[in-house]
Design a protein around this ligand. Structure first.
Ligand code: 6R9
Length: 646
């Protein structure tokens, strides 16, 4: 076992931080004991309201219902832009670092205002109204942030689809939310490779008759398909409209965005977030968790296609008037020192990334890090999956020169904002632990029957009360929200994660307890990959599980039963991998495909994933009971042919 050493809050960090331990304790206690007063104070402090709320909060978790700052009115784009103009109009809002190290830009709050208003006017001219859904399929360029904020300005609901998704996945998401407008770019650029975004949109739209407008940003100048009446160039369109656009006053509970995420069933869920509570959650956590101070430069490496990009590149930082860095490229281009070159170039103070990136860079060697000075760095963050202590220590000692605290932040698309996390000036750190709950968050551990566990324990992680930035519904299917999150245990939110709580009350997230994989921090439902595999003519049946992977955290292991007249071959394995990448996206490409004449099933016909997981992980000594299988002999065959041996 790797020996885990605790790291105490340093005097320098404590002296600088917004909160020390006593401050955390006092605020946490108030947040649970006097929630109305606590949240009213925070909502006034962090947000600017056009009309005050009549009631702070109302919820019935058994019905998946929650409302915050009821009757309050505000606009997210006003909070993220307009209100900063008098004091910091000329301050940089967004630093853009392009794929090539020579390519960068700085956008001031004043320019951001102009760009967002112009794009908002373009959308309005195309008939987009409050409540309409707009799909964003964009690379990491400033226009992606303009597009999100332009939607927020006029009350349209954005649905950002990660640029790595395939045309089919894009189509499904456009249809599910009935988006009628798409904003995209001709191509994206990552690690010098081009991503054919507009072409993908073109393919997706073959089956989306309701899309009447596509706005395209010119990023590379590539030749792209074009439809005169439907398509418009971003640069042409914004030139022809006013640079002012009045913001739509939004109800605190009006939808802000939909973001699709994977669950344990095949169809992705459209997680819906609303206005007031979400923005408060994003802004407040950005302030306290990253201990953001006026004038600092903050960099979150996520893609805006994921919730981390929404809350911690765009909404949280901009709401706080911060300078947020947006990076188009990848950490290994031109070489593995890129992140630290960027840190030095832009004097980044706060750096937030995922364990998979940390492990990948760790594998390249320390020289790539130590060749840069990194003296501007003050705080490091981690998100997306459990961070193994080895990677944590490397991040701390090598990247942070043993000087920068690490905030390991646990949260989900559904939670909208960070939920369990250290606060730098308050929390002594234990590598691998997300430590303690943020304000207003009441976590607990339960056994499978729903009995709450006391003291040090391991169990399923639940949240016992509503919090402002929680998911409001699954778009178009509220019953699915109730079934997925609020039914396993009555009256509480079930996270889908398992966790351990130690003797200090610290939480250690152990990972998903449902059929959701976490590959390089990307959430992938096993059912999504299975549905893709069985679409292929050669496949009769498929079962997908996760297995440990040094860099990715988890990798995809698929057991595939071919059609009776198909001869399995290496060529077919390669074809199936490519097929999944094409159906879902490259990040869902299986690492291993094992042929099998049959899958282990119970007598009632359920695939025994527990057994497949053990085989894929090469954990044969803990295979467990196979006697309930319809045909136990299939297990021996699977073991003999397994691909992932130690
Ligand atoms: C923000 C985000 C959510 C799932 C979540 C959990 C895993 C996220 C983590 C973590 C351990 C952390 N997860 N942060 N596990 N420690 N600090 O990643 O959202 O894409 O919805 O994924 O990611 O399993 O349930 P999302």
């Amino acid at each position: 076992m790797y020996k885990i050493e605790n790291h105490l809050v340093s005097d320098a960090t404590r002296a600088y931080a917004h909160l020390d331990e006593a401050g955390y304790q006092a605020m946490y206690r108030q947040s649970l004991e006097q929630p109305e007063q606590f949240w009213a104070e925070q909502a006034k402090r962090f947000l600017t309201w056009e009309q005050p709320w009549s009631k702070v909060h109302e919820s019935d978790l058994s019905q998946g219902q929650a409302a915050w700052f009821i009757d309050g009115k505000l606009n997210v784009s006003v909070n993220c832009i307009d209100r900063h103009l008098p004091s910091r109009g000329e301050q940089t809002a967004i630093i853009w670092e392009g794929d090539e190290p020579t390519d960068d830009a700085r956008i001031s709050y004043r320019e951001l205002h102009e760009k967002v208003c112009r794009l908002a006017n373009v959308l309005k001219a195309r008939g987009v109204k409050k409540g309409d859904r707009v799909c964003l399929y964009m690379p990491m360029i400033p226009e992606a942030a303009y597009a999100m904020l332009a939607c927020a300005r006029i009350g349209a609901v954005h649905s950002v689809v990660f640029g790595g998704f395939s045309p089919d996945a894009l189509r499904d998401r456009i249809l599910d939310a009935d988006c009628q407008v798409v904003i995209t770019a001709d191509e994206g650029v990552r690690g010098s490779k081009k991503v054919p975004l507009k072409q993908n949109v073109e393919k997706a739209l073959k089956d989306c008759p309701n899309v009447h407008s596509v706005v395209t940003v010119q990023r590379t100048g590539a030749d792209i398909p074009w439809h005169e009446h439907r398509d418009l160039w971003y640069h042409d369109a914004i030139a022809g409209v006013s640079a002012d656009c009045a913001a739509e006053p939004m109800d605190s509970e009006d939808p802000l965005f939909i973001l699709y995420t994977s669950g344990s069933t095949g169809k992705p869920k459209g997680v819906l977030h609303t206005t007031g509570g979400y923005l408060l959650g994003a802004a407040m956590t950005h302030h306290y968790v990253f201990d953001y101070h006026e004038g600092e430069t903050y960099w979150c490496t996520a893609d805006i296609g994921w919730i981390t990009g929404h809350s911690y590149i765009v909404y949280g930082p901009l709401c706080n008037g911060a300078t947020t860095l947006m990076f188009e490229g990848v950490p290994t281009y031109p070489d593995a020192s890129r992140c630290w070159q960027v840190v030095d170039k832009h004097k980044v103070n706060i750096f937030y990334t995922a364990p998979t990136a940390i492990r990948a860079l760790m594998a390249k060697g320390d020289e790539y890090v130590t060749s840069a000075s990194r003296t501007s760095l003050r705080l490091l963050g981690s998100v997306g999956e459990p961070i193994n202590p080895e990677a944590w220590e490397w991040y701390f000692h090598v990247v942070g020169d043993s000087r920068c605290p690490i905030v390991d932040t646990w949260w989900q698309t559904e939670t909208g904002a960070i939920m369990i996390t250290p606060l730098p000036g308050a929390t002594n750190l234990k590598p691998g632990s997300a430590t303690r709950p943020f304000f207003g968050v009441e976590p607990a551990l339960v056994d499978p029957e729903g009995n709450e566990l006391e003291g040090p324990a391991s169990g399923n992680l639940i949240i016992k009360r509503s919090w402002p930035s929680q998911i409001r519904t699954v778009y178009g299917d509220h019953q699915r929200l109730i079934d997925t999150y609020f039914s396993a245990y009555k009256g509480v939110y079930f996270t889908g994660d398992g966790a351990r709580r130690d003797e200090d009350g610290y939480y250690w997230i152990t990972g998903r307890v449902d059929d959701v994989l976490n590959v390089s921090g990307h959430r992938i439902g096993t059912a999504e990959v299975e549905s893709a595999l069985v679409l292929h003519d050669a496949v009769a049946e498929a079962a997908v599980v996760g297995c440990p992977h040094d860099i990715k955290g988890q990798a995809i292991y698929a057991f595939v039963m071919p059609m009776h007249d198909i001869e399995p071959s290496d060529a077919l394995v390669a074809e199936l991998k490519a097929f999944v990448a094409e159906q879902v996206g490259a990040f869902a490409r299986p690492e291993f495909i094992q042929w099998t004449p049959g899958l282990p099933k119970t007598r009632s016909g359920k695939i025994m994933r527990r057994i497949l997981r053990k085989i894929a992980c090469d954990e044969l000594d803990t295979l467990g009971d196979t006697s309930t299988l319809a045909d136990p002999s299939v297990v021996d065959e699977l073991i003999a042919q397994r691909l992932n041996r130690a």
